[in-house]
Design a protein around this ligand. Structure first.
Ligand code: ATP
Length: 374
């Protein structure tokens, strides 16, 4: 498809014997992915997981060790950066300090000898809501305004794909949230494919149609934000995207449409459709906000699963209270109770029952180390 970006077994290894004591680092480990044209795609992961290296290989700034980068059906792996229909916006903006805003935005057009510079620049400045700022120097702008100039400067080249490497990383939280809304508006207006790198899960989830969660140079899961959150594919995704309670157990069989799990002498069920493992060692996951609390001995709603525990800690956060429970076998459970004005707070030390509906649980395979296999 035109504009489609595909990475095929893309790998990057750094180092390898020349430096003393410096072994090889596999920064990106055989990534396969397809970014549909016109989508807002986020690469999300912790520091050092290989996001920037992936982006740099798409831009042509880092040469892959192996694998291919395809754009709009053509192989661009061997092309110089300026020959690729791609532009990058960096966290550092990288504006030309001696040029005014107008000339910064006009730069790409002038280099290519494109006509109607003034009209095009004016249109771009209007898109990023900087009409009237053309004569200013970058040093006379706020961080958010400089980032808009960087965006306009990249978008004026009409790339097929715009790469954004932590573009909001240097902004304070309030401005960051405002710029996220701006980015989303701009992307839907121009319709260009955006590939956005971030370690901020809230940013990725609020902006992107599709999120790829990276860990250790690999993609652990790719999907819509709600899919990743509701049915994570690994312990890493379950804990990196929000919080999860993960109870180690063993599958002991099936009952109808449910997988039966035993742990600590108790038995729970998880619908088959919510299970990524149907035998052997597993992790039973439930999000903290999906757990409800009842007093010890109080009935729990029909069909709910439950665990008896004691409240070890309670933190009042305004919109919710976050409880840390301790089960009789020593596992900690997190529970987020919305401050709905109806539920009475539970004191520390109280005996409670944490309960959930099986459709809110999920089941992951578990290795000996307690993690989901890669
Ligand atoms: P961050 O969010 O901190 O920017 P990242 O996910 O973008 O991290 P990368 O910058 O892609 O991660 O780095 C991935 C791994 O590759 C890291 O272990 C890093 O130390 C290593 N690495 C990156 N660039 C080089 C290089 N030029 N030489 C050697 N190792 C490198």
């Amino acid at each position: 498809m035109a504009g489609e970006l595909r990475l095929v077994e893309l790998t990057k290894r750094f180092g390898g014997g020349r430096r003393r004591g410096g072994g090889q680092v596999t920064a990106v480990d055989g990534i396969d992915l397809t970014v549909p044209p016109g989508s807002f795609f986020a690469l999300l992961g912790p520091s050092g997981c290989g996001k920037t290296t992936t982006l740099r290989m798409v831009a042509g700034l880092t040469e892959p060790t192996s694998g291919r980068v395809l754009l709009g059906g053509g192989d661009v792996t061997g092309l110089r950066p300026y020959r690729r229909p791609v532009n990058t916006v960096f966290q550092s903006y990288a504006l030309f300090p001696h040029l005014d805003v107008f000339e910064n935005v006009a730069f790409g057009l002038r280099r290519r000898g494109v006509p109607e510079v003034a009209e095009r620049v004016a249109r771009m400045l209007s898109l990023v809501q900087l009409d009237g700022y053309g004569a200013r120097r970058p040093a006379e702008l706020s961080g958010g305004q400089q980032q808009r100039v960087a965006l306009a400067r990249a978008l004026i080249n009409e790339p097929r794909v715009l790469l954004l490497d932590e573009p909001l990383g240097a902004l304070d939280l309030a401005l960051r949230r405002r710029m996220q809304l701006e980015l989303k508006r701009i992307q839907s207006e121009v319709g260009i494919t955006f590939v956005h790198v971030t370690h901020d899960q809230e940013e990725a989830m609020s902006l992107a149609d599709t999120v790829a969660v990276m860990n250790g140079g690999r993609i652990e899961q790719l999907g819509r934000p709600a899919e990743l959150y509701e049915f994570p594919a690994s312990a890493f995704v379950a804990s990196f995207l929000g919080r999860s309670n993960l109870l180690p157990g063993e599958v002991v069989g099936r009952a109808g449409g449910d997988v039966l799990v035993e742990a600590y002498g108790e038995r729970w069920s998880v619908p088959v459709a919510r299970s990524r493992a149907e035998h052997g060692p597993v992790l039973l996951g439930v999000r903290p906000e999906k757990l409800r609390l009842a007093g010890a001995g109080e009935p729990v709603p029909g069909g709910h699963q439950s665990v008896a525990a004691v409240v070890g800690d309670a933190a009042y956060l305004g919109v919710s209270t976050q409880y840390q429970l301790r089960t009789r076998w020593g596992t900690e459970l997190s529970v987020f109770a919305a401050a709905d004005g109806v539920t009475t707070p539970v004191p520390v030390g109280a005996s409670v029952v944490a309960h959930w509906h099986p459709r809110h649980a999920f089941l992951l395979p578990r290795t000996a180390a307690g993690e989901t296999p890669a």
